[in-house]
Design a protein around this ligand. Structure first.
Ligand code: ANZ
Length: 583
C-alpha cells in the first residue's frame, strides 16, 4: 500500500510560490472592480519590527483573521487584508547604536525576517499594500497630518517636566525609571523642564468619551478608555489668602464637605507657593520643593507611601465659615490635575486623613457615620453635620445646595475635569519622524511647506544625543539643520522626533490606498473600504494606541472640512472605525 506523507517544505512552498506569482490575494485597486460587490476590511494589529521576529501572539491573532479573510473571499467579498510594519522606535535605534550601522539597515533586516516568517505560515495578505511607518513615502503623510493638527492649534510647544538622565544625556520614559534611577545602568535621573511638542487630545476628551458608545468594541476595553479619560464633575472653589489680596482656586468633587476643610494643600510646583510662604518657613519649603521635583507623579500619588509635606506659614479663609486654615505644600497634590491646589477634608478623604494624622491637623466630620463607626475617614452617605445650612441633607443634596450657594456668592462654579492629559509628542531620538517645522531666529515656528514633505532623516555620525544634551538630530550637518528663507531670514530645524505612536495612528487608512503619492488616501477608497469590519489586536493597547488612533481619526474631520478635501464632508470617516479587539 502506498504511504501518504505530508511534506510541508515541498507542498507549502510550492503553493506559496504560486500564490505569490499569481498575486492570489491581491485586492483590487480599481474602483470599477468594487462596483456592486460587498467589501470586507479585516485588519491585524501590525507588528513592531524588533530584531526578535514574530512571537507566538502574532500568528495567534493572524490565524483567526486569515481564516475569516479566506472565507469572505470565497463568499464573494472584496477583502482588504493587509500587513505592514511599525518600524520606527527605540529598540531598533539601540541595535543600530550597538552595531554601529544605520537604523534603516536594522529595520530592513528585521522586516525581511518578519515578512519571511509570515509568508512561511502561508497567510493570505495582499503584499502589494505592504507599508512601513519608517519609509519616507509613508512618514511624508504622518508629517502632513501633524501639520494639519498644528494649523488647527491641536499641536503646540510647552515646557514640560521630563525624566532627564545627565550621565546618558538623554530623556527616559517613565518605564525606564525606577526610584529615581535609570533601570539599566543605575544612573540618577532627575525631573527637568524641556520644550516639547504636545498634542491637545484634551480638547477631544468629551467627544472621545461620548463616542465610545458608537464603537463596537468589547465592554472591558471601552471601560478602560472611560477610566483613562476620567471625567470628573465637581466645583471650583475660591479661597482668599489671609491678610493679603491674593486668592487661589481648588477643584473638589465634594463641595458638600467644605465646612470640614481644615487645611489646604498646594502642589510643590504651584506658582503661588513662593509668594505666600513666610520668611520663617522659606528654607524648609524650598528644600521640600527641590526634593519633590525629582519624583514622578506615580511615586507621589502612591497611596501606600508615607505622607510628607511642609507648612507655608500662610493661612486661607474657608469661604463657608470664614475660618483661617493653614496652607501646606505636599507632593500628593499634583500640579497637572484640577488647579494644583486642594481643600483638604480629612474626615471624608483617605489621603487627607492620613496627612492630618501625620501632622496633627484638625479633623471635623461633615457626614454623620453610622453609630458603630471607628476612628477612620467616612466615605459613605449620611446626613450632613457641622455644616451650617447643609445640616441634615444627604451628600447629593448637600453638593447641590453648596454649589448653588457658592455660585450665588461668586465664590465658586461647577466645573468638569478630565484625568486625560495632553499627549507629550516629542522624543529625543533619531529613529522617528522628523517634525516638519523650523524655528526662526525671532523664535517663531514655521511649518515646512507641504510641497517639501517629507522632511527626511539626515545622516548623522552617532545615534546619540550631543554632548550638551541636544537630541541626536542636532548632530546633522548645517545643510540639513540650518534654513535660509527666500527673504533671508534664518532658522533651525526641529531636532526632536515624533513618538512611535505617530505612525500607528493612521496605518489602517493608508492600507486602503497604499501607494497614493498625492494624498494620504483617496476619498474614493475611504468611501468604499471604511469602516474596518474586523480588527484583532492586543488589549494592552486599549488606552494608548487605540485612544490616540481615535483622537487622530476625529481630527480628520478637520481635514474633511478644509476646502481642499471638501469631498470628505459626507464620508464615513467621521465615525470611529468599528473595531473589534481580542483579549
Ligand atoms: C475635597 C474632598 C473631600 C475631596 C472629600 C475628595 C473627597 P477625582 O474624583 O479623581 O476628580 N484633588 C483635586 N485636585 C487634586 C490634585 N491636583 N492632586 C491631588 N488631588 C487632587 O478627584 C477629585 C478630588 O481629588 C478632589 O475633591 C480633591 O479632593 C482631590 F471628602 O476635595 B477633594
Amino acid at each position: 500500500m502506498q504511504k501518504h506523507t505530508y511534506d510541508p517544505a515541498a507542498i507549502e512552498s510550492k503553493w506559496q510560490n504560486i500564490w505569490e506569482e499569481r498575486k492570489a490575494f491581491r485586492t483590487p485597486d480599481d474602483p470599477k472592480a468594487w462596483e456592486g460587490k460587498p467589501k470586507y476590511y479585516i485588519l491585524d494589529m501590525f507588528p513592531y519590527t524588533s530584531g526578535a521576529g514574530l512571537h507566538i501572539g502574532h500568528p495567534e491573532g493572524y490565524t483567526a483573521t486569515d481564516v475569516l479573510a479566506r472565507m469572505r473571499r470565497m463568499q464573494g467579498y472584496n477583502v482588504l487584508h493587509p500587513m505592514g510594519w511599525d518600524s520606527f522606535g527605540l529598540t531598533i535605534e539601540r541595535t543600530a547604536e550597538r552595531e554601529n550601522i544605520h537604523p534603516a539597515i536594522v529595520t530592513r533586516r528585521n522586516i525581511d525576517k518578519f515578512r519571511q516568517q509570515i509568508k512561511q505560515i502561508g497567510f493570505s495578505y495582499d503584499w502589494d499594500r505592504e507599508i512601513s511607518t519608517s519609509s519616507p513615502d509613508y512618514y511624508k503623510w504622518t508629517q502632513w497630518i501633524f501639520l494639519k493638527l498644528y494649523e488647527k492649534g491641536l499641536a503646540y510647544l510647552a515646557d514640560v517636566p521630563v525624566n532627564w538622565c545627565p550621565a546618558l544625556g538623554t530623556v527616559l520614559s517613565n518605564e525606564e525609571v525606577k526610584d529615581g534611577k535609570y533601570v539599566e545602568t543605575g544612573d540618577p535621573v532627575e525631573r527637568r523642564l524641556m520644550r516639547q511638542w504636545m498634542l491637545k487630545i484634551t480638547a477631544y476628551a468629551d467627544r472621545l468619551l461620548k463616542d465610545i458608545e458608537e464603537v463596537d468594541w468589547p465592554e472591558g476595553i471601552k471601560e478602560m478608555q472611560r477610566n483613562w479619560i476620567g471625567k470628573s464633575e465637581g466645583v471650583e472653589v475660591d479661597f482668599a489668602i489671609k491678610d493679603t489680596d491674593a486668592s487661589f482656586t481648588v477643584f473638589t468633587t465634594r463641595p458638600d464637605t467644605l465646612f470640614g476643610a481644615t487645611y489646604c494643600v498646594f502642589a510643590p510646583e504651584h506658582p503661588l507657593v513662593e509668594q505666600m510662604t513666610t520668611d520663617a518657613q522659606r528654607s524648609a519649603v524650598q528644600a521640600y520643593v527641590d526634593e519633590a521635583r525629582n519624583k514622578t507623579d506615580l511615586q507621589r500619588t502612591d497611596l501606600a507611601k508615607e505622607k510628607t509635606g511642609v507648612f507655608t506659614g500662610a493661612y486661607a479663609i474657608n469661604p463657608a465659615n470664614d475660618k483661617a486654615v493653614p496652607i501646606w505644600v505636599a507632593d500628593y497634590v499634583l500640579m497637572g490635575y484640577g488647579t494644583g491646589a486642594i481643600m483638604a477634608v480629612p474626615a471624608e478623604d483617605d489621603r487627607d486623613w492620613e496627612f492630618a494624622k501625620t501632622f496633627d491637623l484638625p479633623i471635623v466630620r461633615t457626614v454623620q457615620p453610622p453609630s458603630d463607626f471607628g476612628d477612620e475617614p467616612y466615605l459613605g452617605d449620611g446626613p450632613s453635620i457641622n455644616s451650617g445650612f447643609l445640616n441634615g441633607l444627604n451628600i447629593q443634596d448637600s453638593k447641590e445646595r453648596m454649589t448653588e450657594w457658592l455660585e450665588s456668592k461668586g465664590k465658586g462654579k461647577a466645573q468638569v475635569q478630565y484625568r486625560l492629559r495632553d499627549w507629550l509628542f516629542s522624543r529625543q531620538r533619531y529613529w522617528g519622524e522628523p517634525f516638519p517645522t523650523v524655528q526662526l531666529e525671532d523664535g517663531t515656528i514655521m511649518s515646512v511647506p507641504e510641497s517639501e514633505l517629507p522632511v527626511e532623516l539626515p545622516p548623522i555620525d552617532e545615534y546619540k544625543p550631543t554632548p550638551d544634551g541636544k537630541p541626536p538630530l542636532a548632530r546633522a550637518s548645517d545643510d540639513w539643520l540650518m534654513i535660509t528663507l527666500p527673504d533671508g531670514r534664518k532658522g533651525v530645524r526641529e531636532t526632536n522626533t515624533m513618538p512611535q505612536w505617530a505612525g500607528s495612528c493612521w496605518y489602517y487608512l493608508r492600507y486602503m490606498d497604499a501607494h497614493n503619492a498625492t494624498e494620504a488616501w483617496s476619498a474614493e477608497a475611504e468611501h468604499y473600504w471604511m469602516p474596518v469590519d474586523l480588527y484583532v489586536g492586543g488589549a494592552e493597547h486599549a488606552v494608548l494606541h487605540l485612544l490616540y488612533a481615535r483622537f487622530w481619526h476625529k481630527c480628520y474631520m478637520i481635514v474633511a472640512l478644509s476646502p481642499q478635501r471638501s469631498h470628505f464632508k459626507n464620508s464615513s470617516i467621521r465615525h470611529d472605525p468599528r473595531l473589534f479587539l481580542s483579549g
